[in-house]
Design a protein around this ligand. Structure first.
Ligand code: BGC
Length: 887
């Protein structure tokens, strides 16, 4: 039986708000092996029953089942569409129509009649209070109504309600973008929420990233000094005609019970100020005031569609602790990002105060110092009306522990839960092996992702920073994309990267860029706010990584000018391919830094040139993928020239690499900058540099991500495993042994003697070093894609077996279906190991299984292996396979 599963639209099962026809993909199910699609047919309909088909592709002879782009389809605004697919395969089988996947079309900015409205006065620019806005709209004849769709956004943050009910699952909407260029609106279907007659529509609005106090420099009003809300309701009648209602001066507004709310500092809420029925039709609005229309550029409104922030999970407390200092603390057992929800009873005016934090100090007391100026504090005043259930709205905290500073009556852990917030993304990675510490490391990497993918990829979620540091996002992109479906998340952020690029192509250190605006009095940033090697290279590496992982040319096309501008920036600042520009972070926080310094020992000119070559190479490949032959040739030539300069500058005639650091050797090897004749010497020196530290790394942000790759790709797999499995300081597993539940910013966040790194910069939820996750999937499990057929259309399976593990199993849910690699090792004889390798290859893909040349094959499932490139290889079609061999 041939069936279709998981039809996706822009890689999501359902899209709410999309302004042009989304990219379509599907997975194939069959009870046969070696299944390859031979043709597809796709229909687009206005209804789920497919009685109003607006497009039919007819039968298309084509093997692609991902990244199908359809041009020339004009979408009507604000209505549902449904897509279904049927296919045939190489076994002569024909599928039925798939289940339909639906999307709601968006409303391009120039079609908005609604206005931005506010009840904040211009004099309230220093306030971070909340406001409420409301209005009613009438539905005359329900039988005539086909759908009621709303599109909404804000300058600030908003929560939307219809007839007293919260609309949708989104939190912290509209998220954080380069607001002046790119403001996202969210789209919801209200059809089931509205009734005949009057309906109430209402919004609660807060300051958020738009207006609140942000960055370590603590300045406010980066984008504007007045919050505002905008929404457009589109009622589509059965005859296809549309009626529109939206925000305008007829709306009413008032102050909300949110007295204060900011991203870093938390929320102050007075439940005594709640207005009964404020979001329902029956509300006494006598004291409400008229909203004002405020200026706002509707031309920058764009549909978000998918990957909004939501409450994804809820964790129960693990323990209630009384610290030696007498503080009552709830331990959720997991460092996370979100907020605490609680239930409380008491008298009107009673108070709840919560402080959120990540770690206890060496004595086991509350530790707030590493939050710097971020208060992470909740102040709630009770209304006294029975049981009150509450959580904040316009803030989030990074925490494992909550100090209950004030609470009416006895503190009972059951009244608290931790709500985990992050951008909604499908989970795509699973990893388990026989080493429990490694499993915990994988867990910590995943929670580092969850904690820092809150609308933008942030460095950390707790201190007064939480910024979209480009370097961190670059380093972690591939790992993140094994763990979760990141395409929409990163595509959104990359758009902002482009918007915030300087006219010359410079890439800001953080995206959205707020540092260039008000941070010139900061000691570090006064030296430069954009264009640091490895950070700015996110402009090229991230789109390329998405292309590798998803095979999607849309994002590559979207980012192409941005990628090119960044290469040109480096070229403009280069002499003999050696470029430099103001502030460089180098091998940030490497342990070979001078005492007390953040800057590692690897010279900046080496890091700059190494990344210049790498980004130029990837850009040339992107040009080729997009069919731009002229750029491909130009930038391939530039790349060769940079490599040449690098070799002349950094290698002595006898092959010594001038900078004797681990990171310099890692970059040279991984970025292919080593002359062939010197490769053996370079790898030997890297191994020596490891041995000098007793097998430990001393690398920072730049060298660490590629360390194990540089070893395992150069015949030193056992050193890679040894490095990974070290569990004394400094190492990945040192933190695991110390009880970490996320990844630390510093190898010595908590030092072996129990003291901590300076509170100036000591996050316990920083995903950067979690970039080792890529090695777990791509090397240890060996699940990789072929860049000629990216997105796992052609899979490369080349597990790096080692580390005394007896088994390892990883699953990657590609668009085509699950790719599974499961290896088991049994010691046999003196040195020989017996390996059993089980592999699942999804339909409509092929996989090349690559085993070591020296292996003795025992069982091959009737697959013929041959010796190619000093390896033992076989290419297989879809299905499940079991291979056994001796090593
Ligand atoms: C951040 C880093 C970031 C760095 C720039 C720090 O404050 O937390 O992760 O990349 O600054 O060097």
């Amino acid at each position: 039986m041939l069936t279709i599963q998981n039809v996706t639209l822009n890689y999501a099962p359902e899209l709410h708000g999309v302004e042009s026809m989304p990219v379509v993909g599907w997975a194939i199910n069959s009870d046969r092996k070696n299944v390859e699609q031979t043709s597809w047919q796709l229909q687009l309909s206005r209804d789920a029953a497919f009685s109003q088909i607006v497009f039919d592709s007819g039968k298309v002879a084509d093997d692609r089942s991902q990244n199908i782009t359809l041009s020339g389809i004009e979408l009507a605004p604000s209505v549902w569409y449904f897509v279904r697919v049927k296919i045939s395969d190489n076994h002569g089988q024909q599928s039925d129509w798939s289940e339909a996947a639906g999307f709601i079309s968006g409303l391009p900015g120039d079609q908005w009649q609604a206005e931005f409205i506010s009840v904040e006065g211009p004099e309230e620019k220093d306030s971070s209070k909340g406001t409420l806005l409301r209005n009613t709209f009438a539905i005359e004849d329900a039988a005539e109504v086909a759908s009621v769709i709303v599109h909404a956004s804000a300058l600030g943050l908003y929560k939307l309600y219809v007839n007293g009910q919260k609309v949708g699952q989104d939190e912290l909407a509209p998220g954080w973008t380069s607001y002046h260029h790119h403001l996202l609106y969210q789209t919801y279907d209200l059809t089931a929420l509205v009734t005949v007659g009057d309906n109430a529509i209402a919004a609660s609005v807060g300051a958020g990233w738009y207006k609140g106090d942000m960055s370590f420099n603590r300045k406010r009003n980066y984008y504007g000094d007045r919050t505002a809300f905008i929404c457009q309701i589109v009622v589509t009648l059965r005859d296809g005609s549309q009626r529109r209602y939206g925000t305008d001066a007829s709306w009413l507004g008032t102050d909300s019970p949110v007295l204060f709310s900011e991203i870093y500092d938390g929320e102050v809420y007075d439940a005594r100020r709640e207005i009964p029925g404020w979001h329902s039709v029956d509300c006494d609005t006598a004291r409400w005031r008229q909203a004002e229309v405020v200026a706002g550029n509707k031309g920058v409104l764009h549909a978000q569609g998918a990957s909004t922030v939501q409450a994804i999970d809820t964790l129960a407390p693990q323990a209630l602790i009384v610290t030696p200092r007498g503080e009552t603390v709830i331990d959720f057992g997991q460092n996370l990002t979100g907020w605490v929800a609680f239930r409380v009873r008491g008298r009107a005016g009673d108070k709840v105060t919560l402080r959120h934090f990540e770690v206890l100090d060496a004595e086991g007391n509350v530790y707030l110092d590493n939050l710097r100026t971020a208060k992470q504090r909740i102040d709630y005043t009770l209304s006294g009306a029975g049981e009150e259930a509450w959580h904040p709205s316009f803030t989030f905290q990074g925490f494992r522990y909550v100090h209950v500073e004030c609470w009416p009556g006895e503190i009972n852990a059951e009244n608290f839960s931790a709500v985990v917030l992050h951008s909604q993304m499908a989970s795509t990675g699973e990893f388990a092996c026989s080493n429990p510490s490694l499993n915990q490391l994988h867990h910590n990497i995943l929670w580092g992702l969850k904690g820092n993918f809150v609308d933008v990829p942030t460095d950390c979620p707790q201190r007064d920073e939480r910024l979209g540091w480009t370097g961190d996002a670059q380093i972690f992109c591939r790992t993140a994309s094994y763990l979760m479906q990141t395409r929409n998340f990163f595509a959104k952020w990359l758009r902002d990267l482009h918007y915030d690029q300087t006219a010359e192509g410079g890439v800001p250190h953080v995206v959205p860029d707020i540092l260039s605006k008000k941070c010139d009095d900061n000691w570090l940033l006064s030296q430069g706010t954009h264009s640091a090697a490895a950070w700015a290279d996110a402009a090229v590496i991230n789109p390329w990584t998405l292309y590798l992982m998803y095979g999607d040319k849309e994002v590559l096309r979207q980012q192409y000018p941005s990628m090119k501008a960044w290469i040109e920036f480096m070229r403009a600042h280069a002499v003999d391919n050696k470029w430099s520009y103001k502030l460089q972070f180098g091998d940030w926080v490497a342990l070979d830094a001078k005492e007390g310094s953040y800057f590692g020992a690897t010279p900046n000119d080496l890091t700059c040139m190494a990344y210049y070559s790498w980004s130029t190479l990837l850009f040339a490949k992107a040009a080729k993928a997009l069919g731009n032959q002229a750029d491909y040739e130009t930038y391939s030539a530039l790349h060769r020239d940079i490599v040449d300069s690098f070799q002349r500058e950094f290698f002595t005639p006898t092959g010594r690499l001038a900078a004797r650091t681990q990171t310099a050797h890692i970059l040279a090897l991984y970025f292919n900058l080593v002359p062939d004749a010197f490769r053996a010497r370079t790898i030997d020196t890297l191994v020596e540099l490891l041995a000098e530290h007793d097998g430990h790394l001393v690398t920072g942000f730049v060298g660490t991500p590629y360390f194990c790759h540089a070893l395992s790709e150069n015949g030193r797999a056992s050193e890679a495993w040894q490095l990974l499995l070290k569990d004394d300081f400094p190492s990945w597993l040192y933190q695991v042994k110390a009880g970490a539940t996320t990844i630390w910013e510093h190898w010595d966040g908590i030092k072996p003697d129990g003291t901590m790194w300076s509170p100036d910069m000591n996050s316990f939820n920083h995903y950067a070093y979690g970039a080792i996750g890529e090695w777990l999937y791509r090397a240890a499990a060996g699940i990789d894609t072929d860049e000629e057929q990216p997105g796992f259309k052609h899979i490369r399976i080349k597990p790096v077996i080692g580390g005394d593990l007896t088994w390892l199993k990883a699953r990657y849910r590609s668009g085509y279906g699950d790719i599974v690699v499961h290896w088991q090792v049994e010691p046999g004889g003196d040195t020989q190991r017996h390996v059993e390798l089980r592999v699942t290859v999804p339909h409509n893909t092929r996989a090349t299984v690559i085993l070591p040349a020296e292996c003795q094959l025992m069982a091959t499932d009737n697959i013929a292996f041959s010796a190619i490139n000093n390896e033992c290889q076989a290419t297989v079609g879809s299905g499940e396979y079991r291979f056994a061999y001796r090593l």
